[in-house]
Design a protein around this ligand. Structure first.
Ligand code: GDD
Ligand code: MG
Length: 360
């Protein structure tokens, strides 16, 4: 039997979230609202539901945003501690740097931007059954070149670790969740400098014949690092395609925060989420869209597959698709935006001021 209560969770949340700019200029990626909650809150709720109690957040960029929101974790039934890197130490440095806080022999490490429906107890069980030094959650994807490629032998033992390689030998990738034997963190990751587990530690462990096993499954999985995945992940949470303990029993075509207002005749579809204090005008049509907090959408706007950051205002009858609107930006009435456009925070676009479409 796996022992989640005797396992520490470490979540890596120190990245800059560059691919989600400008959303991540003031807010770290794991704190962006997703299906009504900061993304990390869904992960913490899954960790709690799996029976793990002690969580260490490995922070660097915008560290205070995490502790201001989650505090000591008691409201979530967890005990959360924070470790801060003055200078980013990389994924390996971020893990090594929390060693002092660890209490158990088994340490489950999570990339803080992965949405997954996998059974965490199952990964812990594989680790225990194999008596492994390191067990990695692996899965198959259509395009492995954007991830860590991880071939295994017939027995599930990891043969190689190839981070973001052009010509991946298999479609099996690193899902960004590992179980370490605690002593391995101490022995195999150097202190005081930037270390990438993917580029340095894992290849070295394999060279040194450490017992590294894969736990392969075909659960829901998505890296939330790009706008299209962020939007898709949020709507999958809303619709219950991937479960979150925070949304149990509340699944539907849309999620509206209790403090938000939606006028009559507005249509919310495709897993659209509307955050705290936002106002959606009459006759709007929002499809597969993430509306952060304190946003105003004026009547008749049509928005699909887009992210509207906090405090933004969208004018009446404006049409937006596949776009990212930064914090506090003001888009006038009757504008048209499409095709991956990103509007920077605070930018003001006058009425009819934008007509941009990739197929124009
Ligand atoms: N503490 C700390 N310090 N955390 C960091 C640092 C750092 O210097 N750099 C990155 N992180 C955190 C990020 O916040 C993120 O949660 C996680 O580490 C992974 O970083 P990403 O920037 O999202 O990496 P990636 O998506 O390109 O690739 C990683 O994830 C893939 C799966 O989603 C790799 O682990 C791949 O091998 C893997 O396939
Ligand atoms: Mg990522």
């Amino acid at each position: 039997m796996s022992h989640p209560e005797n396992t520490d969770a470490v979540i890596l949340v120190g990245g800059k979230g560059t691919r989600l700019r400008p959303l991540t200029m003031n807010t770290p990626k794991p704190m962006l609202p997703t299906a009504g909650f900061p993304f990390l809150q869904h992960l913490l709720a899954r960790i709690e539901a799996a029976g793990i109690k002690h969580v260490v957040l490995s922070t660097s960029f915008k560290a205070e945003v995490f502790s201001n929101y989650f505090g000591d974790g008691s409201q979530m039934g967890l005990e959360i501690e924070y470790v801060f890197e003055e200078e980013a130490l990389g994924t390996g440095g971020g893990i090594r740097n929390v060693l002092d806080k660890l209490r158990h022999e088994t340490v489950m490490v999570f990339n803080g931007d992965v949405l997954s429906g996998t059974d965490l107890g199952g990964i812990l069980q594989t680790h225990e059954d194999r008596d492994a030094d390191l067990t990695m959650h692996l899965l198959r994807v259509a395009d492995p070149s954007a991830f860590g490629c991880v071939p295994t032998d017939a027995d599930g033992r990891v043969l190689e670790f190839l981070e973001k390689t052009e010509d991946p030998p298999t479609d099996q990738i690193n899902a960004g969740c590992y179980v370490f034997r605690r002593s391995v963190i101490e022995e195999d990751i150097p202190t005081g400098r930037n270390v990438s587990v993917e580029r340095e530690t894992f290849p070295m462990m394999l060279n040194n014949n450490r017992k590294v096993y894969g736990h392969v499954d075909n659960s829901y999985w998505r890296d939330m690092g790009r706008p299209t995945d962020f939007v898709r992940g949020s709507s999958d949470l809303v619709r219950g395609v991937v479960p979150s303990p925070l949304l149990a029993g509340k699944h539907g075509e849309s999620y509206v925060d209790p403090t938000a207002g939606v006028a009559g005749g507005a249509l919310l579809l495709g897993g659209t989420a509307v955050g705290r204090g936002s106002e959606i005008g009459a006759g709007c049509r929002l499809d597969g869209t993430v509306i952060f907090n304190g946003v105003t959408i004026e009547p008749g706007a049509v928005i699909e597959n887009s992210i509207i950051a906090s405090g933004a205002r969208i004018g009446a009858n404006t049409r937006i698709s596949d776009a990212v609107i930064g914090e506090g930006a003001v888009i006038g009435a009757r504008c048209e935006l499409a095709g991956g456009m990103r509007i920077w925070p605070g930018v003001v676009v006058p009425d009819t001021g934008i007509r941009f479409s990739s197929d124009a």
